[in-house]
Design a protein around this ligand. Sequence first.
Ligand code: AHR
Length: 547
Amino acid sequence: MADESELIYFYCAVSTTASKRSLVTRALLVTLVLTVLAPIAASQTDKVKISVDVSKAGPKIDRNLFGQFAEHLGHGVYEGIWVGPNSRIPNTRGIRNDVVAALKAIRVPNVRWPGGCFADEYHWRKGIGPERVVTLNPNWGGVIEPNTFGTHEFMDFIDQIGAEAFLSINVGSGSPQEAAEWLEYLTTLQPTTLSKERAANGHPAPYKIAYLGIGNESWDCGGNMTPDYYVSQLKIYSRFVRNFNPTQSSNNQMLKIAVGPGGNEPRFIEWTDAVMKAWKNRQWSWDLQGLSLHNYTVIHWDKKFSSVGFGESEYNRILKATLEMENLISSYSAIMDKYDPEKRIALVVDEWGAWYAPLPGSNPDFLVQQNSVRDAILAALNLNIFARHGDRVRIANIAQMINVLQSMIMTDKEKMVLTPTYYVYKMYVPFQDATFVPVAFNAGTYTHGDITLPRVDAIAAKDAKGKLWLEITNLDPNKPIEIEVSLAGLNAKSAAGETLTAPRVDSVNTFETPTTVVPKRISAKVEHGAVSLKLEPKSITVISVEK
Ligand code: AHR
């Protein structure tokens, strides 16, 4: 008889409405798995069998789950995106061409800007027009904030990479009037004084603002508000910060996102409940379409793990910690379900990722860390969790896009290197807006020291053309795994794709050695409609199946 720990990951059709799962249904599911599937529980050496029923469909894997976050923090914006039009680094209107090309290739759907904590101290008028106001960035090292990258530069940047705008407005130290005027400036078609000023600054047409975050972490860096105080602010900002762009009046409406919980502290149950209850009892005058969740993977805030030079126990402790995202989403979704059973309010995980100790020699306020194959696996596990909760989780933004925390890209003057996490985002492009397909498997566990993890994670999805895509992660850093995928409802003829792995758990890409962790082609064997392939230790594999 398999024990429960060997059956960590079994996703059947139930997972398509995963956030509906109560503790009771989860217990029933485990019982079902224990009794029905125990005889086929995988031993550590067996082939792992994965079944995909291609005729079943779950929620859409919204492309916005692959969103990015760019805060005025360290070299995230200045140097990472903005080098200025006079730089010798090749640029278009001051924005780095190499970074734009790399980001276009991963089809970034939206970028959250200008923060983070920075957003609640940002005053947009200082960053428009020919004369920029030079201020400080008190949150992140007290360095000079030249405001040379402001509203127009941000909108130009997202236009160059083909993404949509997710603006975080200043609730902490701003005012409803300041935020309302920012939106009027950005979105008005009629010749108001503000829209004429926008035109004079180079953009006659109204901008599209797809997402509006109303404050950031208002329970801490955003003003340390109580739930009730925040809710009263939320109603005011939701009412008065209007989008006047005529193309966004009906179908294309700007989605307003409230500050939600941050991690698993007990106080966030009350916070989530307060915001959702207020929404349920709302009057006609205000509304909401999203609730934010922030959750970083960190073991000790005051003694963070290193992003380089670590071993297997730091590898598996971080991965164990990151899997907590599943519980967090399930428990906050359950609170949301109480007030919003139809799931009209999206859970927006607009800050997530690994947070390690600053790299030695870097400014500790700039949150510079390396990015290893461990982070690639961490990213895949989280993206899979979001996909399984796709009925509730419809936007997510990894922190942060360039040079900060778990970034896609690192730059040093004219040099640029793509991180292992970047390659995961590239491999997952086919999952953007694809339809989730339930997957069932029982791969057993991998144990090191006192930490036990599932050996395997996997998701499947059908793209717009009906092609099936499969992602399989082997968490075990030591052993390869033979996989056999049976595909009900699909007569497979061939399968191929890419795999990402590395020699060591702490392998990274550097400016000098940029190809240590890069995807390689992989082909699978197809016999009698079943797909077989071997997964390297600590690897992420994405394949498509041809019929
Ligand atoms: O991403 C870095 C910081 O983490 C953000 O500014 C803040 O929102 C969070 O605490």
